[in-house]
Design a protein around this ligand. Structure first.
Ligand code: NCD
Length: 304
């Protein structure tokens, strides 16, 4: 596999390989990738994804060139195309490029112009495949399975790219059902919903968080309302607090339920929930490191 662009690329077998390699990468500090260079080319804000990719490369003994805010200080501001940037950076400077950009489909364009592997770290409202991989690894670690699962994805299903990737991977498990819970204006686009129907994994659909909790999912996957992708402040204000999980709602969940969130969280989970053992999001974020180490090992060392 040359590039990592979409969750559609993966099958069950490949995921099992990734889980094994991620497990092996927990706490790893080794020189597998001496001297190789990773460029993180980020045209959009990031904390976790960029830093964990960089930490992963450094843990492997590699080196990093980082361009946070690429849209503001790189040649993009002068009008350079994604293709020209990639042609230049992949011609000797980088061995792998981690790419985030506000336009859906941009990662695919970047990969097509690159001579080295490109990893999609988020293409607008499109996908965020490496987040979905760490989400799946989290399920495997926390619950010991990715089969026989009822997952409720909740929040901004319209713009939330982590959900768009996750719902590609979840149906690779057996007997999986995916329920959808969002404010009406942030419902999952038909192109994704139709696929869930096709794969026969679509569960309940609701515009009310409490109703979703009463379905007693095994996993509640909360997401942030993507303010930066909303048409207007007025629309954001209207929906921003529609889906807030608070302490009182814990009683509606089963005792073994996992509450996940890709982070950053704004208002949608009250910090009082954090001390409950079902709150999984910080452990989930920590899984981002071994999964990214595993991905770099796969791409740069043929899985060593
Ligand atoms: C997500 C993203 O960038 O899509 N963040 C992340 O990488 N964990 C989620 C978000 O920004 O809401």
């Amino acid at each position: 596999m040359q590039h990592i662009i979409s969750a559609k690329q993966f099958n069950k077998e490949w995921l099992e390989r990734l889980y094994a390699l991620a497990k092996d990468s927990e706490g790893l500090n080794a020189s597998y990738i001496g001297g190789r260079i990773m460029i993180t080319l980020f045209y959009e804000a990031s904390t976790r994804t960029r830093i964990l990719f960089e930490a992963a490369m450094l843990r492997l003994g590699g080196r990093v060139i980082s361009t946070e805010n690429a849209g503001e200080f790189s040649s993009a501001i002068k009008g350079e195309s994604i293709e020209d940037t990639m042609r230049v950076l992949s011609g000797g400077a980088a061995d792998v490029i981690v790419f985030r950009h506000p336009e859906e489909g941009s990662a695919e364009r970047a990969a097509a112009a690159s001579d080295v592997p490109v990893i999609n770290a988020g293409d607008g409202i499109g996908e965020h495949p490496t987040q979905a991989l760490l989400d799946m690894y989290t399920l495997k670690k926390e619950l010991g399975r990715t089969d026989n699962l009822h997952v409720c994805v909740a929040g901004d299903l319209l713009n939330g790219r982590t959900v768009h990737s996750l719902i590609e991977l979840l149906p690779l498990g057996e007997n999986v059902s995916i329920s959808l819970a969002s404010p009406e204006v942030l419902a999952l686009p038909d192109k994704y919903r139709d696929k869930l129907v096709e794969k026969d994994v679509l569960g309940d659909e609701t515009f009310c968080l409490e109703d979703a909790l009463r379905l007693k999912p095994d996993v509640l996957y909360m997401t942030r309302v993507q303010k930066e992708r909303m048409g207007s402040q007025a629309l954001y204000d209207e929906v921003k607090d529609a889906f807030v999980f608070d302490e009182a709602m814990l009683s509606l969940l089963g005792s073994g339920t996992r509450i996940m969130h890709p982070l950053p969280r704004v208002n949608e989970i009250d910090p009082k929930v954090d001390s409950d053992p079902r709150a999984t999001y910080i452990r989930q974020a920590h899984n981002g490191l071994p999964v990214r180490i595993a991905l770099l090992r796969m791409l740069l060392t043929s899985g060593k």
